[in-house]
Design a protein. Structure first.
Length: 348
């Protein structure tokens, strides 16, 4: 007998295959997947290098992450990531027992999306630790981590994509778990392996939520914001929305992040980068957006935008999506009433 979670995983496998086969071209053009970051090496610190390191610390070229451990952060766009990677190096240099970076920390090292991650460095080890938490370090224990679930990124032992997805799905708040799982499957995680890991952990802590996460994520979501908006709609008991909805407009095809074609309503997740100049002239981007918005309105679609600041409180985001859907339903009903009035008038 096929279980519901097995059916869900098969559905995910089909979705991933459609992305790979190019049946969903929007996934290629709207992808926000990250390249795995590089964990910076430790700066050698001993009696001979102490003066040089002291000067570098004073000049803020290196960061002290632990006693005797210094790191030169990589030049990255997001300082929070640079600081997190430095902390990972600090943990790596300090641990003497066998370990694997895991959970949301492994997700970030794999380049996956997370949501409201506090930046702890999680490690899984095969010996039950005396101390589970130590500052930014959080230890997890497993009797035996299968070789299937182990890999290495750079010189750091890390759990595999599949094991990482399951760990996050079992332990993180639902929005983060769905965002990370969505990203993991987009990155190439094998659904059958995820299913096997879940089966092996049946009855364990968090597995019920993890199975639900597998049913809720959709690899067609091309950015974490889209996954959050879709989840907010589902958790708000709204009809299941489509993602990357094509709408014909005079200038071509507009792809809406999340939408309900039946009532011609869609939501767009607008990151700050869209008009930052990173992808061309900001003024041109705004002009293009204005033409696109006019085309969507001409096509009879009701479209609103969601920005990152509005998604940080997931409950508030859910209420925002519910409010938009109610307004869109009312607007669609009014449009249908007008259409019927015109038809009746034409008939008489």
């Amino acid at each position: 007998m096929t279980t519901p979670h097995a059916l869900a995983l098969r559905r995910i496998a089909v979705q991933i295959q459609s992305l790979t086969n190019g049946e969903a071209p929007h996934a290629r053009f709207y992808s926000a997947d990250n390249e795995p970051p590089r964990i910076p090496p430790a700066v050698r610190y001993d009696r001979s290098t102490r003066p040089m390191v002291a000067d570098a610390v004073a000049a803020e070229r290196v960061l002290r992450v632990r006693r005797g451990v210094y790191v030169e952060p990589s030049p990255m766009d997001r300082p929070f990531d640079a600081e997190f990677l430095a902390q990972v190096r600090g943990v790596v240099e300090a641990l003497s027992t066998e370990y694997w970076v895991s959970h949301t920390a492994a997700a970030r090292l794999h380049g996956l999306w997370t949501f409201r991650d506090p930046g702890k460095v999680h490690v899984t080890q095969e010996r039950n630790p005396c101390v589970k938490e130590e500052g930014r370090l959080e230890r997890h224990w497993t009797r035996a981590l299968p070789a299937r679930d182990k890999t290495v990124l750079g010189d750091v032992p890390v759990t595999t994509l599949e094991r990482t997805i399951v760990d996050v799905a079992c332990s993180a708040p639902l929005p983060c778990a769905v965002v990370t799982a969505t990203s993991g499957f987009r990155a190439g995680a094998v659904p059958a392996v995820v299913e096997r890991i879940l089966d092996e952990r049946a009855g364990g802590r968090g597995v019920v939520q993890a199975r639900r996460v597998m049913e809720l994520c959709d690899p067609d979501c091309a950015a974490p914001g889209e996954a959050l908006v879709r989840l907010a709609a589902i958790e708000g008991a709204l009809p299941l929305p489509q993602v990357q909805v094509p709408v014909a407009i005079p200038t071509g095809t507009a792809w809406l992040d999340v939408g309900w074609p039946v009532i011609k309503a869609g939501l767009e997740f607008d990151g700050a980068v869209k008009f930052s100049g990173a992808f061309g002239n900001p003024a041109a981007a705004r002009d293009h957006q204005a033409v696109r918005a006019a085309g969507l309105e001409q096509a009879g679609w009701s479209v609103e935008s969601v920005v990152w600041a509005e998604s940080l409180d997931f409950q508030a985001l859910q209420e925002q999506v519910q409010g938009f859907y109610r307004r869109a339903v009312a607007r669609s009903a009014r449009a249908e009433t007008r259409r019927r009035g015109v038809v009746v008038s034409a008939g008489t």
